[in-house]
Write a protein that binds this ligand. Structure first.
Ligand code: DP6
Length: 320
Protein backbone atom coordinates (compact mmCIF):
# COMPACT_ATOMS: atom_id res chain seq x y z
CA UNK A 1 0.00 0.00 0.00
CA UNK A 2 2.17 2.73 -1.32
CA UNK A 3 1.61 6.05 -3.10
CA UNK A 4 3.50 9.25 -3.89
CA UNK A 5 2.17 12.80 -3.99
CA UNK A 6 3.56 16.21 -4.76
CA UNK A 7 2.60 19.55 -3.21
CA UNK A 8 3.83 23.12 -3.36
CA UNK A 9 4.13 25.60 -0.51
CA UNK A 10 1.80 28.55 -0.40
CA UNK A 11 2.50 32.14 0.59
CA UNK A 12 -0.17 33.92 2.61
CA UNK A 13 -1.24 37.38 1.44
CA UNK A 14 -3.71 37.65 4.31
CA UNK A 15 -2.12 35.77 7.19
CA UNK A 16 -3.26 33.01 9.49
CA UNK A 17 -1.95 33.91 12.94
CA UNK A 18 -3.59 32.51 16.08
CA UNK A 19 -5.90 29.58 16.82
CA UNK A 20 -9.51 29.42 18.01
CA UNK A 21 -9.22 25.72 18.93
CA UNK A 22 -5.74 24.43 19.70
CA UNK A 23 -6.48 20.68 20.02
CA UNK A 24 -8.19 20.67 16.58
CA UNK A 25 -5.77 23.27 15.21
CA UNK A 26 -8.53 25.55 13.93
CA UNK A 27 -7.43 29.09 13.01
CA UNK A 28 -8.68 32.22 14.80
CA UNK A 29 -8.89 34.04 11.46
CA UNK A 30 -9.45 33.34 7.78
CA UNK A 31 -6.55 33.71 5.35
CA UNK A 32 -5.77 34.03 1.64
CA UNK A 33 -2.71 32.58 -0.06
CA UNK A 34 -1.10 31.92 -3.41
CA UNK A 35 0.15 28.43 -4.19
CA UNK A 36 3.58 28.28 -5.79
CA UNK A 37 4.55 26.16 -8.80
CA UNK A 38 8.30 25.61 -8.68
CA UNK A 39 9.09 24.85 -5.03
CA UNK A 40 7.95 21.30 -4.42
CA UNK A 41 7.76 18.60 -1.78
CA UNK A 42 7.40 15.02 -2.97
CA UNK A 43 6.27 12.50 -0.38
CA UNK A 44 6.00 8.72 -0.61
CA UNK A 45 3.96 6.83 2.00
CA UNK A 46 4.30 3.07 2.20
CA UNK A 47 2.08 1.28 4.77
CA UNK A 48 3.80 -2.01 5.58
CA UNK A 49 2.54 -4.65 8.05
CA UNK A 50 6.12 -5.87 8.50
CA UNK A 51 7.25 -2.58 10.08
CA UNK A 52 7.52 -2.32 13.87
CA UNK A 53 7.29 1.47 13.90
CA UNK A 54 6.92 4.45 11.57
CA UNK A 55 10.08 5.53 9.75
CA UNK A 56 10.52 9.04 8.36
CA UNK A 57 13.26 10.41 6.16
CA UNK A 58 13.39 14.07 5.13
CA UNK A 59 15.67 14.99 2.24
CA UNK A 60 17.40 11.61 2.57
CA UNK A 61 18.12 11.91 6.32
CA UNK A 62 16.25 9.98 9.05
CA UNK A 63 14.15 12.41 11.06
CA UNK A 64 12.81 11.57 14.52
CA UNK A 65 11.95 15.13 15.50
CA UNK A 66 9.02 15.47 13.07
CA UNK A 67 7.87 11.86 13.55
CA UNK A 68 5.20 12.44 16.27
CA UNK A 69 3.47 15.14 14.20
CA UNK A 70 3.69 13.07 11.03
CA UNK A 71 2.39 9.96 12.86
CA UNK A 72 -0.57 11.93 14.27
CA UNK A 73 -1.37 13.19 10.78
CA UNK A 74 -1.26 9.63 9.38
CA UNK A 75 -3.60 8.53 12.21
CA UNK A 76 -6.17 11.12 11.09
CA UNK A 77 -6.04 9.78 7.52
CA UNK A 78 -5.72 6.05 8.21
CA UNK A 79 -7.14 5.61 11.74
CA UNK A 80 -5.36 4.53 14.93
CA UNK A 81 -5.34 0.84 13.92
CA UNK A 82 -3.29 1.54 10.81
CA UNK A 83 -0.16 -0.34 9.75
CA UNK A 84 3.12 1.46 10.34
CA UNK A 85 4.48 3.43 7.43
CA UNK A 86 7.74 4.28 5.74
CA UNK A 87 7.56 7.97 4.77
CA UNK A 88 10.04 9.68 2.47
CA UNK A 89 9.73 13.42 2.00
CA UNK A 90 11.99 15.46 -0.28
CA UNK A 91 11.82 19.22 -0.85
CA UNK A 92 13.75 21.24 -3.41
CA UNK A 93 14.02 24.29 -1.10
CA UNK A 94 15.24 25.01 2.48
CA UNK A 95 12.94 23.50 5.10
CA UNK A 96 11.85 25.05 8.44
CA UNK A 97 13.07 28.51 7.48
CA UNK A 98 9.78 30.36 7.05
CA UNK A 99 9.21 29.08 3.53
CA UNK A 100 6.07 27.15 4.42
CA UNK A 101 7.76 23.78 4.05
CA UNK A 102 5.33 22.26 6.57
CA UNK A 103 2.45 23.33 4.33
CA UNK A 104 3.70 21.43 1.29
CA UNK A 105 4.91 18.52 3.45
CA UNK A 106 1.58 17.88 5.18
CA UNK A 107 -0.43 18.52 2.00
CA UNK A 108 1.66 15.92 0.15
CA UNK A 109 1.49 13.55 3.14
CA UNK A 110 -2.31 13.43 3.35
CA UNK A 111 -2.73 13.01 -0.42
CA UNK A 112 -0.13 10.22 -0.56
CA UNK A 113 -1.53 8.43 2.52
CA UNK A 114 -5.11 8.65 1.25
CA UNK A 115 -4.06 7.32 -2.16
CA UNK A 116 -1.98 4.51 -0.62
CA UNK A 117 -5.10 3.39 1.27
CA UNK A 118 -7.21 3.67 -1.91
CA UNK A 119 -9.70 5.94 -0.10
CA UNK A 120 -10.00 8.72 -2.69
CA UNK A 121 -11.44 11.30 -0.31
CA UNK A 122 -12.37 14.66 -1.79
CA UNK A 123 -10.04 17.66 -1.74
CA UNK A 124 -11.91 19.55 1.00
CA UNK A 125 -11.79 16.58 3.36
CA UNK A 126 -8.06 16.07 2.74
CA UNK A 127 -7.46 19.81 3.17
CA UNK A 128 -9.22 19.70 6.55
CA UNK A 129 -6.99 16.80 7.62
CA UNK A 130 -3.84 18.59 6.43
CA UNK A 131 -5.01 21.66 8.35
CA UNK A 132 -5.18 19.67 11.59
CA UNK A 133 -1.46 18.98 11.20
CA UNK A 134 -0.52 22.51 10.11
CA UNK A 135 -3.12 25.20 9.48
CA UNK A 136 -1.48 26.61 6.37
CA UNK A 137 -1.16 23.12 4.81
CA UNK A 138 -4.91 23.06 4.08
CA UNK A 139 -4.38 25.82 1.47
CA UNK A 140 -1.76 23.79 -0.46
CA UNK A 141 -4.45 21.29 -1.49
CA UNK A 142 -5.72 24.03 -3.84
CA UNK A 143 -3.98 25.98 -6.55
CA UNK A 144 -3.79 29.66 -7.45
CA UNK A 145 -5.44 32.17 -5.10
CA UNK A 146 -6.98 30.31 -2.17
CA UNK A 147 -9.17 31.50 0.69
CA UNK A 148 -9.45 29.54 3.91
CA UNK A 149 -12.42 30.46 6.09
CA UNK A 150 -13.76 29.23 9.37
CA UNK A 151 -17.00 27.37 8.72
CA UNK A 152 -18.96 25.89 11.63
CA UNK A 153 -16.62 23.66 13.57
CA UNK A 154 -14.19 23.21 10.68
CA UNK A 155 -12.64 25.17 7.82
CA UNK A 156 -13.82 25.71 4.25
CA UNK A 157 -11.62 26.45 1.25
CA UNK A 158 -12.35 28.32 -1.95
CA UNK A 159 -10.24 28.93 -5.00
CA UNK A 160 -10.66 32.67 -5.67
CA UNK A 161 -8.78 32.63 -8.99
CA UNK A 162 -6.93 30.05 -11.06
CA UNK A 163 -3.15 30.52 -11.36
CA UNK A 164 -3.33 30.95 -15.14
CA UNK A 165 -5.95 33.69 -14.81
CA UNK A 166 -3.63 36.02 -12.90
CA UNK A 167 -0.10 34.59 -13.26
CA UNK A 168 1.88 36.77 -10.87
CA UNK A 169 5.47 35.77 -10.02
CA UNK A 170 7.12 35.30 -6.63
CA UNK A 171 10.78 36.09 -5.94
CA UNK A 172 12.00 34.77 -2.57
CA UNK A 173 15.06 36.38 -1.01
CA UNK A 174 16.68 33.93 1.42
CA UNK A 175 18.51 35.89 4.09
CA UNK A 176 19.26 33.00 6.49
CA UNK A 177 18.68 29.34 5.78
CA UNK A 178 18.82 27.77 9.27
CA UNK A 179 15.71 26.62 11.16
CA UNK A 180 13.77 29.37 12.94
CA UNK A 181 14.15 29.98 16.69
CA UNK A 182 10.44 29.73 17.60
CA UNK A 183 8.06 27.61 15.52
CA UNK A 184 4.75 29.13 14.35
CA UNK A 185 2.60 26.94 16.61
CA UNK A 186 4.35 28.10 19.79
CA UNK A 187 4.68 31.69 18.57
CA UNK A 188 0.93 31.91 17.87
CA UNK A 189 0.18 30.69 21.39
CA UNK A 190 2.48 33.35 22.86
CA UNK A 191 0.83 36.03 20.69
CA UNK A 192 -2.67 35.00 21.73
CA UNK A 193 -1.79 35.00 25.43
CA UNK A 194 0.35 38.11 25.62
CA UNK A 195 0.08 40.49 22.66
CA UNK A 196 -2.04 43.57 23.41
CA UNK A 197 -2.74 43.76 19.66
CA UNK A 198 -4.07 40.22 19.22
CA UNK A 199 -7.76 41.11 19.73
CA UNK A 200 -7.61 43.97 17.20
CA UNK A 201 -5.81 41.68 14.73
CA UNK A 202 -8.70 39.20 14.86
CA UNK A 203 -11.35 41.96 14.72
CA UNK A 204 -9.89 43.53 11.59
CA UNK A 205 -9.27 40.36 9.61
CA UNK A 206 -12.68 40.17 7.91
CA UNK A 207 -12.20 43.66 6.44
CA UNK A 208 -8.75 42.68 5.11
CA UNK A 209 -10.20 39.49 3.60
CA UNK A 210 -12.95 41.48 1.85
CA UNK A 211 -10.31 43.84 0.43
CA UNK A 212 -8.15 41.02 -0.94
CA UNK A 213 -11.17 39.25 -2.43
CA UNK A 214 -12.05 42.45 -4.31
CA UNK A 215 -8.44 42.96 -5.43
CA UNK A 216 -8.28 39.42 -6.82
CA UNK A 217 -11.70 39.66 -8.48
CA UNK A 218 -10.62 42.88 -10.24
CA UNK A 219 -6.99 41.77 -10.76
CA UNK A 220 -6.08 45.08 -9.14
CA UNK A 221 -2.36 44.81 -8.36
CA UNK A 222 -2.11 48.11 -6.45
CA UNK A 223 -4.99 47.13 -4.16
CA UNK A 224 -3.52 43.66 -3.62
CA UNK A 225 -0.12 45.15 -2.79
CA UNK A 226 -1.55 47.63 -0.32
CA UNK A 227 -3.68 45.15 1.63
CA UNK A 228 -1.08 42.35 1.62
CA UNK A 229 1.72 44.58 2.98
CA UNK A 230 -0.65 46.05 5.58
CA UNK A 231 -1.78 42.60 6.76
CA UNK A 232 1.78 41.26 6.88
CA UNK A 233 3.12 44.18 8.92
CA UNK A 234 0.09 43.99 11.24
CA UNK A 235 0.83 40.30 11.91
CA UNK A 236 4.45 41.15 12.70
CA UNK A 237 3.27 43.97 15.00
CA UNK A 238 1.27 41.36 16.94
CA UNK A 239 4.47 39.29 17.24
CA UNK A 240 6.65 42.27 18.20
CA UNK A 241 4.12 43.24 20.89
CA UNK A 242 4.18 39.76 22.45
CA UNK A 243 6.09 38.83 25.60
CA UNK A 244 8.68 37.63 24.95
CA UNK A 245 8.74 39.59 21.69
CA UNK A 246 9.15 37.55 18.50
CA UNK A 247 11.19 39.30 15.85
CA UNK A 248 11.81 37.01 12.89
CA UNK A 249 13.56 39.62 10.74
CA UNK A 250 17.28 40.22 10.41
CA UNK A 251 19.03 43.25 8.97
CA UNK A 252 18.90 41.76 5.47
CA UNK A 253 15.10 41.38 5.74
CA UNK A 254 14.87 45.13 6.37
CA UNK A 255 17.33 45.86 3.57
CA UNK A 256 15.10 43.81 1.23
CA UNK A 257 12.04 45.81 2.32
CA UNK A 258 13.95 48.98 1.40
CA UNK A 259 14.81 47.45 -1.98
CA UNK A 260 11.11 46.82 -2.61
CA UNK A 261 10.25 50.41 -1.61
CA UNK A 262 12.90 51.69 -4.07
CA UNK A 263 11.47 49.52 -6.87
CA UNK A 264 7.94 50.72 -6.07
CA UNK A 265 9.05 54.35 -6.17
CA UNK A 266 10.38 53.66 -9.69
CA UNK A 267 6.93 52.43 -10.70
CA UNK A 268 7.46 48.65 -10.61
CA UNK A 269 4.45 46.48 -9.76
CA UNK A 270 5.88 44.62 -6.77
CA UNK A 271 5.11 44.16 -3.07
CA UNK A 272 6.57 42.16 -0.20
CA UNK A 273 5.31 39.74 2.37
CA UNK A 274 7.18 38.02 5.23
CA UNK A 275 6.15 35.01 7.31
CA UNK A 276 7.54 33.52 10.53
CA UNK A 277 11.12 33.69 9.31
CA UNK A 278 13.62 36.19 7.88
CA UNK A 279 12.98 35.53 4.17
CA UNK A 280 11.27 38.22 2.13
CA UNK A 281 8.84 37.14 -0.57
CA UNK A 282 8.32 39.65 -3.34
CA UNK A 283 5.20 39.28 -5.48
CA UNK A 284 5.35 41.00 -8.85
CA UNK A 285 3.96 41.20 -12.35
CA UNK A 286 5.84 38.89 -14.76
CA UNK A 287 7.37 41.78 -16.74
CA UNK A 288 9.12 43.06 -13.61
CA UNK A 289 10.50 39.75 -12.35
CA UNK A 290 14.00 40.10 -13.81
CA UNK A 291 14.46 43.55 -12.29
CA UNK A 292 13.07 42.49 -8.90
CA UNK A 293 15.35 39.48 -8.89
CA UNK A 294 18.43 41.53 -9.79
CA UNK A 295 17.66 44.16 -7.15
CA UNK A 296 17.10 41.61 -4.38
CA UNK A 297 20.23 39.64 -5.40
CA UNK A 298 22.26 42.83 -5.02
CA UNK A 299 20.81 43.59 -1.57
CA UNK A 300 23.40 43.09 1.20
CA UNK A 301 22.82 39.90 3.21
CA UNK A 302 20.78 38.04 0.59
CA UNK A 303 22.18 34.51 0.37
CA UNK A 304 20.06 33.04 -2.37
CA UNK A 305 17.12 33.84 -4.61
CA UNK A 306 14.32 31.46 -5.56
CA UNK A 307 11.74 32.30 -8.22
CA UNK A 308 8.39 30.72 -8.83
CA UNK A 309 5.19 31.13 -10.73
CA UNK A 310 1.80 30.19 -9.31
CA UNK A 311 0.76 26.58 -9.49
CA UNK A 312 -1.86 23.99 -8.79
CA UNK A 313 -2.85 22.12 -5.65
CA UNK A 314 -1.37 18.89 -4.31
CA UNK A 315 -1.55 15.95 -6.69
CA UNK A 316 -1.07 12.22 -6.52
CA UNK A 317 1.85 11.02 -8.67
CA UNK A 318 1.73 7.25 -8.52
CA UNK A 319 0.20 4.36 -6.62
CA UNK A 320 1.17 0.67 -6.25
C1 DP6 B 1 3.09 33.12 9.33
O1 DP6 B 1 0.54 26.72 9.42
O2 DP6 B 1 2.92 26.82 10.23
O3 DP6 B 1 3.07 31.39 7.70
O4 DP6 B 1 -0.97 25.46 12.21
O5 DP6 B 1 0.67 25.85 14.03
O6 DP6 B 1 1.34 24.50 12.01
P1 DP6 B 1 0.49 25.62 12.55
O7 DP6 B 1 1.03 26.97 11.88
P2 DP6 B 1 1.51 27.24 10.39
O8 DP6 B 1 1.46 28.84 10.41
C2 DP6 B 1 1.65 29.64 9.30
C3 DP6 B 1 1.84 31.04 9.75
C4 DP6 B 1 2.27 32.02 8.66
C5 DP6 B 1 1.08 32.69 8.01
C6 DP6 B 1 0.30 31.87 7.01
O9 DP6 B 1 0.87 31.02 6.32
O10 DP6 B 1 -0.91 32.15 6.88
Amino acid sequence: MRATAKAQPNIALIKYWGKRDTPRNLPAVGSVSITLADLTTTTCVDFDDALRGDVLSVNGVDNVEMMPRVARCLDTVAGNERAYARIRSDSNFPIAAGLASSASAFAALVVAADAALGHNHDTLYLAQLAGRASGSAARSLYGGYVELSNAGDDVALTQLCRPEDWPLRVVVAITASGPKAVGSTEAMEISLKTSPFFGRWVEQQDADLADVRAAVANKDFAQLASIAEHNCLKMHSVMWGSRPPMVYWNSATLACMQTIRDLQSRGLAVFFTIDAGPQLKAVCEPDHEAEVRAALSATPGVEEILCSGLGHGATQLDHD
